[in-house]
Design a binder for this molecule. Structure first.
Ligand SMILES: Cc1ncc(COP(=O)(O)O)c(C=O)c1O
Length: 384
């Protein structure tokens, strides 16, 4: 029976917006310049310098960045692109939109990132690119994928939506691919409400920038004050994907706080791992040596054969009895209606992971009481 909950519900995620973000937005609103301009440029420069990449372009979402990445990379009808199924639908959708075929391959059992060997086995003479995804903020084997892409003449695109500030063997997630994309959606490690960033090799990012501002040969900020804003040429059939300065204002302040946000997420993750390790049938995440985890997700994996509850019962009881919301990442893309029948390679690890995975609340504004509440609730469920 559902117990009476006398404390407010604990959401799965909550953004951390402070006085700094509010002041920066107010400053932008008062400045007279609202669209992509000086603040978006500063935000792009800050991310570019932190990653050590050649160029960055701030856009309206990570999905927009993926679309521009696919277009700039010349991914076209008939191309195959290797991608995990254990991901959000954004990359497979974009690939499908440009006429390419997403080829779903399995993930590794420890990190739940695409397995380099499975990716290699899926390469054909139609393969154009590999899209890796850093699951939950744990970077994939970047060195292996760079080598694989180079050996086969493929483009490497990093879907780093979860992993800004994560690194592996000294390489930042998002700094190794020919192109990389980040998400600033409301639940991400830093947010602008909606927003994204494209990073990578300069000729590709420049092409994406052109495509993302209607195919117009200069930005309105470049024209402002120097010539008529109507004095432009359209050189390719573009789209409109730029990030406005109002949004970039939030991004500038959130990006400055990202190291502190990540440190707090790591603290919460360490507390969970210490408190939950050893519960029967419950696996906590593994962090490989040399990895700085981004901790977008803190996943537990519930084995239905040895745990007292299934994953779905755990999620239900946490919410119903303890007021604690959780989430699942992800419903694998090959199981979504649109992709029915799209599987060409076995996905056993993906299937097992998706049946067991549960994302616990893990975000900087959680207090130690919030973290204790989650731990106590899980212990209570396991000891019933
Ligand atoms: C792995 C991954 N890629 C892409 C996206 C799309 O991000 P956006 O909502 O910023 O377009 C998400 C969003 O959750 C994601 O998890």
């Amino acid at each position: 029976m559902t117990q009476f909950i006398d404390t407010p519900p604990l959401p799965w995620n909550r953004p951390s917006i402070g006085a700094e973000e509010i002041a920066e937005v107010v400053d932008t609103l008062a400045s007279g310049w609202l669209t992509h301009g000086p603040k978006a440029t500063r935000f792009e420069q800050a991310v570019r310098d932190a990653l050590g990449v050649e160029d960055t372009f701030a856009v309206s979402s990570c999905t927009a960045a993926l679309h521009l990445a696919a277009l700039a990379a010349g991914i076209s009808p008939g191309d195959e692109v290797i991608t995990p199924s254990l991901t959000f639908c954004a990359a497979p959708n974009v690939l499908t939109q440009v006429g390419a075929r997403p080829v779903f391959v399995d993930v590794e059992p420890v990190t739940f990132n695409v397995c380099p060997k499975a990716a290699e086995a899926a390469i054909t003479d139609r393969t154009k690119a590999i899209v890796v995804m850093h699951y939950g903020g744990h970077p994939c084997d970047l060195r292996a994928f760079r080598k694989l892409a180079d050996e086969h003449g493929l483009l490497l695109i990093e879907d780093a939506a979860h992993a800004l500030h994560a690194s592996r063997d000294g390489q930042r997630a998002g700094s190794v691919g020919d192109l990389a994309v980040f998400s600033f959606y409301a639940n991400k490690v830093m947010t602008t409400g909606e927003g994204g960033m494209l990073a990578g090799r300069s000729e590709l990012v420049q092409r994406a920038r052109l495509l993302g501002r209607h195919g117009i040969d200069s930005s309105v900020w470049q024209r402002h004050g120097t010539r008529s804003t109507a004095d432009y040429e359209v050189v390719v059939p573009g789209l409109k994907y730029v990030m406005p300065d109002v949004t970039a204002a939030i991004g500038l302040q959130q990006f400055a706080k990202l190291p502190a946000f990540t440190a707090r997420r790591a603290e919460i993750a360490a507390t969970y791992t210490q408190a939950l390790t050893g519960l029967p049938g419950l696996a906590t995440p593994t962090v490989l040596p040399g990895v700085e985890h981004g901790w977008f997700l803190y996943s537990i994996f519930v084995d239905p054969d040895s745990a007292p509850l299934t994953r779905d019962e755990t999620a239900h009881r946490l919410l119903a009895d303890h007021g604690i919301a959780t989430s699942r990442h992800f419903k694998p893309v090959h199981t979504l209606q649109l992709y029915d029948g799209a599987v060409t390679h076995p996905l056993p690890v993906t299937e097992t992971a998706t049946a067991r995975q549960l994302s616990l609340p893990c975000y900087p504004s959680m207090t130690s009481q919030d973290v204790d509440r989650v731990v106590t609730a899980i212990h209570a469920l396991w000891n019933r």
